[in-house]
Ligand binder design. Structure first.
Ligand code: NAP
Length: 270
């Protein structure tokens, strides 16, 4: 016998025309993404979800909803946007997350969902800085060798150590949030791992440079206040800094801060 038909679920209103909340998907993994989620989480008529790649084992608790893991390329993201009825896509991935921003562009174009890129300003040199700006990590490793640096503070990230295997005459103080892969670490000539999560203070960075007799700093131009103190301390100490430049960003609407992002979002929200 055929089962009794159950109650028919109400049709979900499409777009923002119905009385359902406006759905904002934030591609996260940054302080800007977390700040934006916090700012949106309590707004009536808004449902914010932060997406994490799942690289760190314990992403900071997000305000609003959270999801973890890749979407399966631009097509997967487009499917997610459609399936979840996302109205606005905010790509607030890290300035060095080189691929996701392009997936966001393609998925937004495929679905007609509005997209905003949030990217904090890059650090800019100041008088007294001794920066060598390089295009990528291989060039950073080459700069360490060319500069004959002996004791380097390396803060490029635990997954980006392999290029420094060529620095055979340098002791590397590898600072990262989580432990690097021991197999990659074993390829480095001489390294010590310092597990630490920002924000870092100028006072603390000064002490680290002095105590560990650092003669050069190697970092990516991530920008932002949380990890910028090492550059101030290096400037004070007259130390050279090898700075990896950012990957290119897609054209289109951009915000540098949470406040700018909220201003751009305003017309999209109830
Ligand atoms: P990526 O090269 O731009 O992305 C690689 C892949 O990771 C993407 O194709 C995507 O997989 C997945 N992914 C990236 N961001 C995601 C997100 N927010 N939600 C769901 N999936 C995401 O990025 P990455 O350099 O590997 O960085 C991964 C994450 O760490 C990013 O969210 C970024 O904000 C954060 N982060 C990166 C850095 C850095 O220096 N690269 C520093 C701090 C934080 P699918 O193609 O399967 O969707």
């Amino acid at each position: 016998m055929a089962p009794e038909p159950g109650p028919v679920p109400p049709a979900r209103p499409s777009g923002q025309a119905g009385n359902r909340p406006v759905r904002v998907l934030v591609l996260g993994g940054t302080t800007e993404a977390s700040g934006l989620a916090r700012a949106l989480a309590d707004r009536p008529g808004v449902e914010v979800t932060t997406s994490f790649a799942g690289r760190t084992t314990a992403p900071a608790a997000a305000a609003g909803r959270a999801r973890v893991g890749g979407f399966g390329g631009a097509d997967g993201l487009a499917t997610y946007l459609r399936d979840e009825g996302v109205d606005v896509l905010v790509d607030a991935t890290h300035p060095f997350a080189a691929r996701m921003r392009w997936h966001a562009v393609a998925a937004a174009e495929a679905t007609g969902v509005s997209r905003l890129r949030v990217e904090r300003p890059a650090w800019a040199p100041e008088p007294g800085d001794r920066w060598t700006v390089v295009a990528d990590l291989d060039a950073a490793a080459a700069a360490v060798r060319a500069g004959r640096y002996r004791r380097v503070l390396l803060t490029t990230g635990r997954t980006e150590l392999a290029p420094f295997a060529v620095c055979r005459d340098t002791w590397l103080l590898v600072r990262s949030v989580e432990a690097p892969d021991p197999a990659v670490l074993a390829t480095l000539a001489d390294a010590e791992v310092l597990l630490a999560r920002g924000p870092f203070t100028v006072e603390g960075e000064r002490a680290l440079l002095d105590e560990r007799a650092i003669d050069a700093v190697v970092t990516k131009n991530s920008g932002g206040a949380a990890t910028g103190a090492k550059l101030v301390a290096a400037r004070e100490r007259g130390l050279p800094v090898v700075l990896v430049d950012r990957p290119p960003s897609p054209p289109g609407p951009r915000a540098e801060t949470v406040a700018e992002a909220l201003a751009w979002l305003a017309p999209h929200l109830p």
